[in-house]
Design a protein around this ligand. Structure first.
Ligand SMILES: C[S@@+](CC[C@H](N)C(=O)[O-])C[C@H]1O[C@@H](n2cnc3c(N)ncnc32)[C@H](O)[C@@H]1O
Length: 384
């Protein structure tokens, strides 16, 4: 079967977790290679159906059409116009080119996009005699180009809008975590779905809902309202995709899992409940209005895995409250469990490290990740 080259985009700092997920979802994936916010691999075209439907950690799956050293716009034009686009886009379809660059160049990203657009039109005209039309707002086909120093790559977007938008979110918490980060943190915790799971500062419920979707084996792509972009690309077959989709619907289970979500704010907790209802997993999450500093008041089972995104002291909570909150939360957590894995994402890095020291909790792993524009740290800790 023909192999294609792919590149997925994801959260910076979580690429290894994404690579692991790809190798589980697409067992025939080869040549997995980790880049910055990117993972590259080769696989057959079923990977496009599987990853767009099932991946919990990727943002976009891009099919790589070519990669070349390019120093100038002329180099880019020559390279792109030498490619064959007739197997990708139909003559009646419209297209857009998006470009991003990093490094020192004498030209801008819009100039790269314009150059690539012209090269695609010229290549298609040469090969078919037809002139492709551009539609920047609602294109049928979206080409994404990246120039990093002199490393140029042209891809076609198989996903469309980023997969981190899950569509089940009906309540938008003001400091909501991206669903792809939430899922990656759960994977980092190595949670076994039969173990009690806790998010003690759940906000809009993203972490608990993603945990429930993992436990019930529900493919996140099933929530998508818009079509995937691959459905309009020539290499892909709608019937093959529908088979993979039907199979995904069959594989979901309706089990009941021990997932607890706590928040001090009744408004956020109500929002979390609405989000869980919209995701169809409200019946396997126990929502409790409570204070994470006094977990012993609410927890009648010992959590084995705790994944939490506490306030950082930036958006919602004043910084002066954060050290006390972290310290008291960790002390309380130690009272309710003898043994657990704790994964925390926070921008208040120093405060969290000090709280761990005071509570005698050991940090076993640390990684820097970007949440939007904010530099955060993910800590993995063991209790007991
Ligand atoms: C950064 S937000 C969590 C966002 C969440 N991960 C999401 O995706 O929607 C932190 C949450 O901690 C809650 N919180 C603050 N102090 C708390 C406490 N002492 N006990 C429980 N929840 C608390 C806030 O109400 C807020 O909803």
């Amino acid at each position: 079967m023909m192999k294609y080259s792919f590149c997925v985009t994801t959260n910076r700092g979580l690429e290894d977790i994404v690579a692991r997920e790809i190798s589980v979802l697409v067992p025939d994936a080869e040549k997995l290679e980790i880049g910055k916010s990117r993972v590259y691999f080769e696989a057959n075209k079923e990977a496009v159906y599987l990853l767009n439907l099932w991946s919990r950690t990727i943002h976009r799956l891009l099919m790589v059409l070519g990669r070349e050293r390019c120093k100038s716009l002329e180099d880019i034009y020559c390279f792109v116009s030498s490619l064959d686009f007739t197997g990708i886009i139909d003559r009646k379809q419209t297209f857009a080119v998006r470009a991003e660059r990093s490094g020192k160049h004498k030209f801008s990203s819009p100039e790269i996009a314009a150059t690539v657009g012209q090269a695609i039109i010229d290549s298609y005209l040469r090969d078919t005699g037809a002139s492709l039309r551009v539609n920047l707002k609602f294109p049928d086909v979206e080409f994404m180009c990246y120039l990093v120093n002199d490393d140029f790559m042209i891809t076609v977007n198989t996903t469309g809008e980023s997969l981190h938008k899950r569509n089940y979110r009906v309540y938008n918490h003001p400091a909501a975590l991206k669903a792809t980060i939430a899922s990656s943190l759960i994977m980092l915790s190595e949670w076994k779905t039969e173990e009690p799971f806790l998010d003690p500062m759940c906000g809009g419920g993203t972490i608990a809902i993603e945990a429930a979707l993992i436990a019930r084996n529900i493919a996140p792509g099933l929530f998508r309202k818009a079509s995937f972009f691959f459905e309009r690309l020539l290499p892909f077959d709608r019937d093959e995709y529908l088979k993979v989709r039907d199979e995904a619907e069959r594989r979901a289970n309706h089990g009941v899992y021990s997932i607890t979500a706590i928040d001090i704010s009744p408004r956020h907790l109500k929002g979390a409940h609405l989000n869980a209802l919209s995701a169809g997993v409200h019946d396997t999450i126990r929502f409790i209005k409570g204070d994470a500093r006094f977990l012993e008041k609410y927890m009648d089972i010992q959590p084995r895995v705790v994944v939490v995104n506490p306030p950082y002291g930036i958006k919602l909570t004043r910084m002066k409250h954060v050290p006390i909150l972290y310290r008291d939360f960790l002390k309380s957590l130690k009272k309710v469990t003898e043994r657990a894995c704790l994964v925390v994402i926070t921008a208040a890095t120093r405060v969290f490290r000090e709280a761990c020291k005071e509570a005698e909790i050991s940090i076993v792993e640390r990684r820097l990740i970007l949440h939007g524009a904010l530099q955060t740290t993910v800590f993995k800790c063991v209790i007991g």
